[in-house]
Ligand binder design. Sequence first.
Ligand SMILES: C[S@@+](CC[C@H](N)C(=O)[O-])C[C@H]1O[C@@H](n2cnc3c(N)ncnc32)[C@H](O)[C@@H]1O
Length: 118
Amino acid sequence: MYIHGSQVNKLVKNFFKHKNCVNLAILDIGSGGGANAKYLRKKGAYVYTLDKDKQFDPVFNMDIKDFKFEHKYDIILCLNVLQFLSINEIKEIVPKILNAVEDNGYLMIQMFDSPVAD
Ligand SMILES: C[S@@+](CC[C@H](N)C(=O)[O-])C[C@H]1O[C@@H](n2cnc3c(N)ncnc32)[C@H](O)[C@@H]1O
């Protein structure tokens, strides 16, 4: 059975392949199986996983709707998770996510897809 987030996302691999990730603070929203986090930690990043499903043992085991965005992150991953929210919830959460990205940081959003790296 394929567990979402159990393989490195193609977008993540392509984007970060040649990027220096040492000491980057990354928030991975809807991290699932954690493959992206594992990949980025190996590259030296601090990855804070967030998932409402406790089986994945995320750093933040909670619903994204309840998360207090008190810190800024160099990169926020929001991959294949927003589609589980209503349009009003998305309208409310996206500005909070954007505001939590450092100046010159990156926000990576993907929806309705779960491609894996080769
Ligand atoms: C389709 S998987 C995506 C996993 C990974 N980001 C990827 O792209 O491979 C969606 C994940 O989002 C989590 N999720 C869904 N709704 C959520 C919410 N409201 N708050 C936090 N996590 C949520 C699920 O538990 C699941 O692990």
